[in-house]
Design a protein around this ligand. Structure first.
Ligand code: SF4
Length: 352
């Protein structure tokens, strides 16, 4: 059983913090969907039986519902148990949500990020808090009973009070899944330039850590399982597709820039819109060495609540156990709350 990821690299407007591959050339959408359909027809067999489908971006909700329907029909949804689509709250209408539900999308990942309009403006999101609230409510009315929302913390000027209020608002929405990320100042983004020129100030590390700790504590208190560093789900609503990335299940990536991972082979399409639309390219690929596979297991496994089997870790981890940064649970090594704050550093140290 495998997953299929379909990349929709269009955004109506670029967010100021974003360094993902995406384009605002919306007039190229139809040509792009045609190219997607060609690639799906050519590569569908690679995936075998498809358990999960994920339409990500960019902004998949920039596509018409008919395009979504065509893509899913080409993939075949018969054996898929989870079919997720990312949605920008600004694109949500009753009609659109009903149409994509009818097209077999059974899970939405809604990019809310914040319920504070001034923060949404500051990071260049094109939707408002009111649109976010109504997107969730309309999605529920359209029959979606598996909703995920994204929330960001450590935004410039964001206070702890605003963050706590955002979490309470999120909990009142009765969604099944919450993903939450601290803002990263990626190289070359408009927000990073503003920060470097002194126009805005990044939140200090202690406040960022306190925001993350509060998030974990409050969501767990509300019944959410903290199953990956940035992901929380009500029991039984863990994201199947993303969990497959973390546990090494094969997936096929369709679309510009999309990555495929099968066994020890990894390949990827060019992240150039016109090259992809023309279709005259060879996917770049690499074969993972035993060392690459080990490093990947450490890197992905330690980010999850399942951790990594103790016997699979080759480095001496006693200093991390003694410092309360990692702990052993039923033969597996898992990061503690304290350890998560410096997890990237620990992972780097354990990799070979
Ligand atoms: S909508 Fe998503 S992909 Fe598009 S610019 Fe914003 S963060 Fe980037």
């Amino acid at each position: 059983m495998a997953g299929i990821y379909v990349h929709i690299p269009f955004c109506k407007k670029r967010c100021l913090y974003c360094d993902f591959f995406s384009s605002t050339l919306l007039e190229r959408r139809k040509a792009y969907v045609d190219a997607l359909l060609r690639e799906i027809a050519a590569r569908k067999e690679e995936a075998g039986a498809i358990r999960t489908i994920y339409l990500g971006g960019g902004t998949p909700s920039t596509l018409d519902a008919e395009d979504i329907q065509q893509i899913l029909r080409a993939i075949g949804t018969e054996q898929a148990t989870e079919i997720t689509m990312e949605l920008n709250p600004g694109d949500a209408t009753e009609t659109y949500l009903k149409q994509i539900r009818a097209a077999c999308i059974n899970r939405l990942s809604i990019g809310i990020q914040s319920f504070q309009d001034e923060l949404l403006t500051l990071i260049g999101r094109r939707h408002t808090a009111a649109q976010a609230l109504s997107a969730v409510s309309m999605a529920q009315q359209a029959g979606f009973d598996n909703l995920s929302i994204d929330l960001m913390y450590a935004l410039p000027t964001q206070t702890m009070e605003q963050w706590k209020a955002d979490i309470e608002t999120a909990l009142r929405l009765n969604v099944q899944h919450i993903s939450s990320y601290g803002l990263m100042y990626e190289e070359g983004t408009a927000l990073t330039r503003q920060m470097e020129s002194g126009q805005l100030q990044a939140i200090d590390e202690d406040t960022e850590n306190a925001m993350y700790d509060y998030l974990c504590e409050r969501l767990q208190e509300a019944g959410f399982v903290h199953y990956e560093v940035s992901n929380f789900a009500l029991p039984g609503y863990e994201a199947q597709h993303n969990s497959n990335y973390w546990n090494g299940t094969p997936y096929v990536g369709i679309g510009a820039g999309a990555h495929t991972y099968i066994g020890v082979e990894r390949s990827w399409n060019p992240d150039d819109l016109e090259t992809y639309i023309r279709g005259d390219f060879q996917r770049a690929s690499e074969t993972l060495t035993e060392r690459d596979c080990y490093n990947e297991r450490i890197m992905l496994g330690l980010r999850t609540a399942k951790g990594v089997a103790k016997q699979d870790i080759r480095a001496d981890i006693s200093k991390y156990i003694e410092a309360g940064l990692l702990h052993e649970k039923e033969g597996r090594i898992v990061a503690t709350q304290k350890g998560i704050h410096i997890l990237n550093w620990i992972i780097e140290d354990l990799m070979i």
